[in-house]
Design a protein around this ligand. Structure first.
Ligand code: ZN
Length: 246
């Protein structure tokens, strides 16, 4: 019986409190960031390899160049807020897979769906707002926080990260128990994303217009129930824009 106890003690020792940049919210983070980044990198590689094999990776070279150009400045600003992000192996790709809107995985792995960008006819400033939202999730360490919370909710003594990652994909009741955290993270990524976009030099009008387009497309509601209602996202964007004063 020593083993599980020892494992729990090790887990407690590894658990750390951290603060989200800008929002100042405290988080309990259990898993080691390097371990999370390595696991997400594996998933990103698997995903991009599969997409490339299906002929769905980076076919739109013009969009890829746009996304990389806009991301570069956002990444620079992200590193100002979170210095560890300078060590991440940032990667930026696009895909024509219509299932993918935009994601940024832990460790700075970005994937943008060309169908989504085309459907909303995103201008550069609006695309920057979308990218900034995704970058904000990893600056705020949301993926690691979700995995840590999943571990705590299930009261596992200590299970490997891969097991928790697989559980998150497949366990609906766990996803439901995490939905409150997910909603909080989405609102936080909206706000922190706007701060990132603002610091990268994008106009507040572009950000407001991105959230207006999302609402008009009603696309946000289809992506995930964790997203705040589009009307409240738009009022958040307008409120933040007033703070920026442009
Ligand atoms: Zn999000």
């Amino acid at each position: 019986m020593m083993k599980p106890l020892l494992a729990s003690l090790l887990l407690l020792a590894a658990s750390a409190s951290a603060q989200v940049p800008e929002s100042g919210r405290w988080q309990e983070l259990t898993f080691n960031p390097d371990e999370v980044d390595a696991s997400m990198e594996d998933r990103y590689i698997d995903r991009t390899v599969d997409l490339a094999a299906a002929g769905k990776l980076d076919e739109d070279r013009k969009l890829l160049a746009r996304v990389r150009y806009i991301s570069a400045e956002l990444i620079r600003v992200a590193i100002e807020l979170k210095p560890e992000a300078a060590q991440w192996q940032w990667e930026v790709h696009t895909t024509s897979d219509p299932e993918i809107d935009a994601i940024c995985m832990a460790g700075g792995k970005i994937l943008v769906g060309s169908a989504f960008v085309r459907q909303l006819a995103l201008t550069d400033g609006e695309l920057a707002t979308l990218l900034a939202h995704e970058v904000a999730h990893v600056v705020a360490e949301h993926p690691r926080e979700t995995l840590s919370e999943a571990l705590l909710l299930n009261r596992f003594p200590a299970v490997p990260l891969d097991v928790v990652v697989a559980r998150l994909d497949s366990d609906l009741s766990l996803q439901i128990r995490l939905s409150q955290l997910s909603s909080l993270q989405e609102s936080e990524a909206d706000q922190l994303g706007m701060v990132l976009a603002h610091r990268a030099g994008w106009a507040a009008d572009d950000m407001v217009s991105f959230y207006r387009k999302l609402g008009e497309g009603e696309r946000a509601a289809l992506v995930s129930s964790a997203y705040p209602a589009s009307a409240s996202r738009l009022s958040m964007a307008k409120g933040m824009a007033r703070l920026f004063g442009d």
